[in-house]
Design a protein around this ligand. Structure first.
Ligand code: NAP
Length: 520
């Protein structure tokens, strides 16, 4: 496929602006052709107005029609073939094997939403039958979830397929019946154009209204800002830095009509390793933990960046040190992420963390060397900066004096996506309070495992209290992500013929409904 560098305003390709940018190859730090046109404010406006027009039709399509549309998107992505992966590998420095897996994840994720849509019960249909004899008379009340409106989505740099143009945010919004204007991440514009073209082909194939999906490119924050501020946008989904997510959240709240912002801003994912388990499994935990920290050059929002242990644990720390020294260097996704990692190492040192070990020396391009730090519980309790995410292959061991201090460390934590506890049965029984504290802090608790590897499933929660996200009630991975883009609507005393099928008395869709206080 020949890349044009243009934006997609619905099915039309557009290049009104003069500002352009190119992608960089992380392995060599060199530019990759072609140049991409930054969307102008008027192009963003056109895309959003078209999305609003399309919403009037798209939001009324049946679940089955939308499920077929999603499946067509999956087919079109598959049909792009390996050219997609090759372009993506050039833009991100991610190995082809990883991208092959990520494409499969993206496609399976789309199919999961299609199946969930067909099941239909996600609309949470509720019916309270009337009672004319009651004083005062009880009305007929029926409610269900309905789509919010056009959604603005910001893609992440670290998952160029699964959290980008046809990633979980776009697909869950489309599944919910919302139209999407996608702000392409400037780190992988060619990949974005290819996947956007697949979505547009699927729109045409399934006769979806023009504007159901648009892609606006940009390397300056102005494109994203005009999307967030556009009066016709009803919600925002974002994955990226705390700085970016918080800025977008604040901008959305300053609008005349504030809108929900579902920003997933990453976290440090503390891992607590208890004393008995270290007597039994120090070697395997040290090996697996280093693998988890360095996986994908540490560029996962679930990367374990804090390891809390009771006391010095010299044997475990020396095992970790050896594994870190053997760890390979790896490529960061962008020049900015590369320099943030190197600056972050200096910042950690200045905030009281010691470098215990470094992996193999960094090579060419945006390469970095994995880092292992340690610090004391006292320093961690006194310095909030030690808890901040350093995006990349690094982790900080925190030595607690005793069990009491371990609990203090847990209490001090802010919101994270995950927390992990390694322990024997006895450890876990003796540390129930630790689990109770951690449950207040995260969206997912892991026992005797590692937080990297986020399964796309119905029960997955990829979210957590602030600052991990801007809305702890939701998840950005798994089928529950759809509810972010819907709101409850109640129909009072409606004639049956005017009700949506999900609420009709005869239940023509065969949904599981909550009728007069019971699931039926
Ligand atoms: P980012 O800087 O947060 O950017 C993500 C997207 O948001 C980009 O499209 C960016 O557009 C846009 N954006 C950022 N600030 C904005 C603002 N104030 N107003 C409007 N739009 C804004 O993330 P990144 O470039 O992927 O990586 C930078 C850092 O983010 C990393 O070092 C890491 O700390 C973190 N990160 C976290 C995760 C995670 O999973 N939570 C994933 C990736 C990165 P422009 O590029 O056009 O400015």
């Amino acid at each position: 496929m020949k890349l044009t560098g243009k934006n997609f305003i619905g099915k039309k390709q557009s290049s009104q602006g003069t500002a352009k940018y190119v992608a960089s190859n992380p392995a060599a730090g060199t530019a990759i052709e072609p140049a991409f046109f930054e969307a102008t404010t008027s192009e963003v406006d056109e895309a959003v107005l078209l999305a609003a027009k399309a919403f009037a039709i798209y939001s009324r399509t049946s679940a089955d029609v939308r499920a077929r549309f999603l499946e067509a998107i999956a087919e079109e992505i598959q049909q792009l073939g390996d050219v997609l992966l090759e372009r993506c590998a050039k833009e991100t420095g991610l190995p082809l094997a990883r991208l092959t897996g990520e494409r499969a994840r993206t496609i399976n994720q789309i199919k999961l939403f299609a199946n969930y849509l067909r099941d239909g019960s996600w609309v949470d249909a509720r019916i309270d039958h009337p009672d004319a004899s009651r004083v005062p008379p009880k009305p007929d009340l029926r409610s269900m979830l309905v789509p919010l409106g056009p959604v603005g989505v910001f893609g992440a740099s670290n998952f160029p397929l699964a959290f980008s143009v046809a990633g979980g945010d776009t697909i869950s919004a489309l599944a919910a019946g919302c139209t999407v204007v996608f702000k392409g991440h400037p780190a992988h514009p060619g990949t974005s154009e290819m996947v956007a073209s697949a979505i547009i082909h699927a729109c045409e194939k399934c006769q979806m209204p023009d504007g159901t999906f648009s892609l606006v490119n940009g390397k300056s924050i102005e494109v994203g800002k005009s999307l967030v501020q556009h009066p016709a946008i009803s919600a925002i989904a974002f994955t990226g830095s705390f700085k970016g997510g918080k800025a977008i959240f604040d901008l959305a709240n300053k609008r005349d009509r504030p809108i929900p912002v579902y920003a997933e801003m990453g976290s440090t994912n503390p891992v607590f390793i208890l004393s008995d388990v270290l007597k039994e499994r120090a070697e395997s935990i040290a090996k697996d933990l280093v693998q988890s920290v360095t996986l994908g050059t540490g560029q996962f929002c679930t990367n374990p960046g804090l390891v809390m242990i009771p006391g010095e644990q010299r044997n475990f720390v020396s095992l970790l040190t050896r594994n870190f020294e053997d760890a390979a260097c790896g490529l960061m996704l962008t020049s900015d992420i590369h320099s943030s990692f190197n600056n972050g190492i200096d910042a950690l040192k200045s905030h009281g963390a010691n470098v215990l070990a470094k992996g193999k020396e960094a090579g060419e391009g945006f390469s970095v060397s994995p880092h292992l730090f340690d610090t004391t519980g006292k320093k961690f309790l006194a310095e909030t900066k030690l808890e901040e995410e350093l995006f990349g292959p690094s982790t900080v061991i925190v030595h607690a004096d005793d069990k009491k201090e371990l609990l203090e460390l847990a209490k001090k934590l802010t919101g994270h996506l995950t927390a992990t506890v390694h322990g024997t049965e006895t450890d876990l029984r003796d540390n129930e309070e630790l689990l109770t504290i951690l449950a207040q802090k995260v969206g997912r608790l892991v026992i005797n495992g590692y937080p990297t590897g986020v399964e796309v499933a119905h029960a997955m929660v990829h979210g957590g209290p602030y600052p991990a996200t801007t809305d702890s009630r939701t998840t950005s991975v798994g089928s529950n992500a759809m509810t972010r883009f819907a709101r409850p609507l109640c129909f009072q005393n409606f004639p049956d013929a005017l009700l949506p099928d999900a609420l009709k008395e005869s239940n023509p869709l065969g949904l599981r409904r909550f009728v007069d206080g019971k699931f039926v």
